[in-house]
Design a protein around this ligand. Structure first.
Ligand code: UDP
Ligand code: MG
Length: 334
C-alpha cells in the first residue's frame, strides 16, 4: 500500500515579510496530510528563490536546517514567477509522485491541498485550483482578469476560468511537460495542452498576509500578452482575414471609381488615384496576412512541441521513466 510522495513547489521573490508567517502554515498542512495517510512521510516543501534581493534565501536556508521537510533552490537571478514555478516543478518531477504549486503569500487557500490530493487519488493527474470568488481583488484587477480569460478563449487558448498557478500535477504529466521546449511560458495555458484526466477544486482567495504584490500593471500586461502570443497565432489569421475584406472593398472601390470616371462625374486624375490607393491597400494587407501565416507556422514549429502523448497502454513498460508508471495501491477512502 503505497502513498504518493508530494512536493509543494513555492516561488518566492522578495518575500522576507511573508515567508516566516506562511512557511509554518505550509508545514502544518503537509503534516496534516501525512498524518491522515494521504501522502507519504517523504513529502517535501520546495521553495524556489527567484533572485530575491532581500533576506528570502537566508530564511529558506534557515528553514531547511530546522526541518527536513523544507528544501530550497535558488535561481541565479530573477527570471519571473512562471520560470520560478517551472524550475521548481522540473527539480521535483523525478523525486516525487505529485507536485502542488502555490504562491508563498497565503492568498490561495492552503487547506484546498487535501481536496486536490483526494482528486488525484480518484485518478486525476492535473487538479486546477480555481478561485470561487475574487472579492479580495480590486474591481480593476477582477474585471480585467475576467475579460482576459474570455478573450483568451476566443483566441483559441484553452485556460481554466479563474485558475492561476495553484495546481496539482502528477510526475507523469511533468515528464511529458518537460518535452515542451518553449521559452516564453504561460503555465496555466500549457498544462491543458498536455492532456490527461483533470478536474478543478474551488477555494476562496484571501488578501496577501504581508508584503506587496509583485505584479504591477506592467508585469500583468506582459504576462497577458505572453499568454496570447505564446499559445495562439489567431491574431495573424485576423490580419489575413482583414486583408481579404479590405481587398474586396478595394475591388468594389475600383469598380465605383471607373463607373464615376465613365459617367464623367470626376475631375481629371481622381479615378486613377482612387484605383491605385484601393488596389495597394488591399494587396498590402493581404500579403502581410499571407506572410504572417507562414511566420505563425514557423513560430509553432520552432517550439518543438511533442506531436502526441500516450496516456495508457495495455501492457506495462519494461523500463519506465522515473516517476512515470508507478501504480499506487491507495487505501480504501470510503
Ligand atoms: N514571484 C516570483 N518571481 C517574480 C514575481 C513573483 O517568484 O518575479 C512569486 C511571489 O513571491 C509569489 C508569487 O510569485 O509567491 C505570486 O506573486 P504575487 O503574490 O506578487 O502576485 P499576485 O498574487 O499579486 O498576482
Ligand atoms: Mg499573491
Amino acid at each position: 500500500m503505497k502513498k504518493p510522495i508530494l512536493w509543494i513547489v513555492i516561488p518566492c521573490y522578495n518575500e522576507q515579510d511573508v515567508l516566516p508567517v506562511t512557511a509554518p502554515l505550509f508545514l502544518d498542512e503537509l503534516q496534516l496530510l501525512i498524518d491522515s495517510e494521504k501522502i507519504d512521510e517523504e513529502s517535501r516543501i520546495l521553495f524556489v528563490n527567484d533572485g530575491s534581493k532581500d533576506r528570502t534565501w537566508q530564511i529558506i536556508s534557515d528553514l531547511s536546517k530546522k526541518d527536513r521537510h523544507f528544501l530550497g533552490i535558488a535561481q541565479s537571478r530573477n527570471r519571473g514567477h512562471q520560470n520560478a514555478v517551472l524550475a521548481g516543478l522540473m527539480e521535483a518531477k523525478g523525486r516525487c509522485d505529485i507536485t502542488i504549486s502555490i504562491d508563498c503569500d497565503g492568498q490561495d487557500d492552503i487547506s484546498a491541498m487535501g481536496k486536490m490530493v483526494e482528486e488525484y487519488r480518484k485518478g486525476c493527474e492535473i487538479v486546477y485550483g480555481v478561485r470561487s470568488s475574487r472579492e479580495t481583488d480590486t474591481w480593476f484587477k477582477r474585471t480585467t482578469a475576467q475579460e482576459y480569460y474570455r478573450f483568451l478563449n476566443r483566441m483559441g487558448v484553452e485556460v481554466v476560468y479563474n485558475h492561476a498557478d495553484y495546481r496539482l500535477v502528477s510526475s507523469r504529466v511533468l515528464q511529458h511537460f518537460a518535452d515542451y521546449h518553449e521559452v516564453n511560458i504561460f503555465l496555466r495555458g500549457m498544462f491543458p495542452l498536455v492532456g490527461f484526466k483533470s478536474t478543478s477544486v474551488y477555494y476562496e482567495r484571501h488578501g496577501r498576509i504581508a508584503g506587496q504584490s509583485h505584479y504591477p500593471l506592467r508585469k500583468m500586461l506582459a504576462l497577458a500578452i505572453d499568454g496570447i502570443t505564446s499559445l495562439s497565432i489567431k491574431p495573424i489569421s485576423l490580419i489575413a482575414g482583414t486583408g481579404a475584406i479590405v481587398s474586396l472593398l478595394g475591388f468594389l472601390g475600383i469598380l465605383w471609381a471607373i463607373a464615376m470616371a465613365i459617367t464623367g462625374n470626376t475631375v481629371a486624375g481622381w479615378a486613377s488615384i482612387v484605383c491605385i490607393v484601393c488596389f495597394l491597400g488591399g494587396i498590402q494587407l493581404l500579403s502581410l496576412g499571407i506572410i504572417g501565416e507562414y511566420v505563425g507556422k514557423t513560430y509553432m514549429e520552432a517550439k518543438h512541441r511533442p506531436r502526441y502523448i500516450i496516456s495508457e497502454r495495455t501492457w506495462e513498460e519494461e523500463s519506465p521513466r522515473p516517476g512515470c508508471s508507478q501504480k499506487f495501491d491507495f487505501p480504501d477512502t470510503n
